[in-house]
Design a protein around this ligand. Structure first.
Ligand code: 5AD
Ligand code: SF4
Length: 480
């Protein structure tokens, strides 16, 4: 018999829009519910993460919480006693992948009825998705949202002790919870959250609703976390926020991202990165800090989304094509040899072919080192989704391919320029395609494969580039 379902809270799109709701900074003493502690003994968890780095970081924290309770990690679904899917809602195809995955887990649950399945993350911040999962996938035991993922142990305890299915998805901005345990994916590269949520409300984007109001972590808490990573010999740290440049604005005391970045750089981890920058908030002060510190990577991801002023206006991006190009030029002048990358959306509602060509010409002017390109995907309750669209999807696919081709010309040139030069590579591990080779990234995030001993994993080594394959390079170790 199916378990009873308790609806503790459901997302509310009116609340998600509001920005005047308050939140707290919490430094809780950590306690595992007693029953859960007994339950977790000898049991294994598996977290499947979809989407962006923020989700990966949330999964690391959920993993840390579960390990405190006594669960251990497995990477095999079949071995798991608890499977959590941490989901992404940014485009429809991301959601389809999650539904496919949930459906696939049914056979596992049938062969192992005591298996617990949880679904969390951005996708379930939408009421219609919860209704769909609840109707179609009764094998899901727990649904919780982005604002209460740090309550995971309490939620699980309820599911187990009350023998219920539980849905608890909040829409108020989550408190900033510090002192949480975490099980990091890597022993040498780390993500560090600096802010949560987004207040930009680009008209196509669901993130301001699913992740809520923009909230900055206190600078001291961020610096303490980076210092601890340094003490543990981490080689790279990436500061994370939906819009890192807005960091500190909510404190109203003059705190800026530039100041935070400078303090992080001074701690001395060899590689400091940050993601993602909105062109609107990118200050000259920030450009100067990036130029000044050798350990801040000269790699800037600067989403443009479109090269047409009309489309940028409809997207609510708050800058013009000329302002973006001027910013790119200022960055390139003050940080010679910087790598610029971007995100672009093709086929925004009613985009004309001429407006699309404005995007292509902007790319040819900026000469991106790399780019993520997406076909526009309408998202429930966003302003853009209400616009009636007259562009056929076949036309959008055609434009998408045309843009990728134009971008690849520049990307290939950048890659070919690397041949014969020596680069510092942070070694990730054996190459996915050829385990005989190692893979790693340059300071500017180019993927390089080369032969070397497994003892080099986690080290920064010098590699000479021999061949270019547009998105990855082949090289050889240089003995110093
Ligand atoms: N459709 C297509 N792409 C989108 N992105 C965000 N929302 C949408 C959408 N509705 C893209 C943007 C953003 C990246 C993370 O995802 O380019 O920068
Ligand atoms: Fe979405 Fe725009 Fe915020 Fe980025 S800045 S998360 S695209 S609303």
């Amino acid at each position: 018999m199916a378990k009873k379902c308790e609806f503790k809270s459901l997302p509310d799109s009116n609340l998600e829009r509001r920005r005047n709701l308050s939140f707290d900074f919490l430094y809780p003493e950590f306690e595992v519910p007693k029953y859960l502690k007994e339950f977790a003994q000898g049991k294994k968890y598996f977290i499947f993460t979809f989407g962006c780095q923020a989700n990966h970081r949330d999964s690391e924290i959920m993993g840390g919480l579960l390990e405190k309770a006594g669960f251990s990690q497995t990477f095999s679904e079949k071995d798991a006693d608890l499977i959590i899917l941490n989901t992404c809602a940014v485009r429809e195809n991301a959601e389809q992948k999650v539904f496919g995955k949930i459906g696939n887990l049914l056979h596992l649950k049938k062969s192992k009825p005591e298996l617990l399945i949880g679904v969390c993350g951005c996708m379930v911040q939408q009421k219609h998705i919860i209704e769909y999962i609840n109707e179609k996938f009764k094998h899901v035991d727990l649904i919780f949202g982005t604002h209460n993922s740090t309550d995971l142990l309490l939620l699980l305890n309820d599911v187990i002790t009350k023998r219920i299915r539980l849905i608890d998805v909040k829409s108020i901005p989550g408190d900033i919870v510090e002192n949480l345990p975490s099980s990091r994916e890597s022993k040498f590269k780390a993500f560090v959250n600096i802010s949560y949520g987004c207040d930009k409300f680009c008209t196509y984007c669901i993130v301001p609703y699913t992740r809520g109001k923009e909230r900055s972590r206190k600078m001291k808490d961020i610096l303490d976390e980076v210092q601890e990573l340094k003490n543990n010999s981490y080689k790279e740290v990436t500061l994370l926020g939906q819009n890192v440049n807005a960091y500190g604005k909510d404190f109203n005391d003059g705190t800026t991202f530039a100041k935070l970045l400078e303090e992080v750089a001074k701690i001395g981890i060899p590689r400091v990165r940050f993601l993602t920058s909105h062109p609107w908030d990118f200050s000259s002060e920030l450009i100067e800090v990036i130029a000044k510190y050798d350990n801040i990577m000269k790699y800037i991801h600067l989403p443009v989304q479109s090269g047409s002023d009309e489309i940028l206006h409809l997207m609510g991006r708050r800058y013009t094509r000329d302002q973006y190009i001027a910013l790119a030029k200022e960055i390139k002048t003050k940080i010679p040899d910087v790598a610029l990358t971007t995100d672009i959306i093709v086929g925004f509602p009613n985009e004309t072919y001429e407006q699309f060509l404005d995007t292509v010409s902007l790319c040819r002017e900026v000469h991106y080192d790399s780019a993520f390109t997406f076909i526009y995907s309408p998202r429930n309750n966003t302003p853009a989704a209400k616009i009636k669209d007259n562009v056929p999807s076949a036309e959008k696919v055609k434009r998408f391919k045309e843009l990728v081709k134009a971008l690849e010309e520049d990307i290939t040139k950048h890659s070919e320029n690397m041949i014969g030069k020596v680069y510092d590579i942070l070694v990730e591990g054996p190459s996915e395609k050829n385990p005989e080779m190692l893979s790693g990234y340059t300071e500017k995030n180019k993927l390089v494969h080369f032969k070397g001993g497994i003892n080099l994993v986690g080290q920064i080594v010098k590699v000479k580039i021999l061949e270019s394959h547009t998105y990855s390079m082949i090289g050889e170790l240089v003995n110093e």
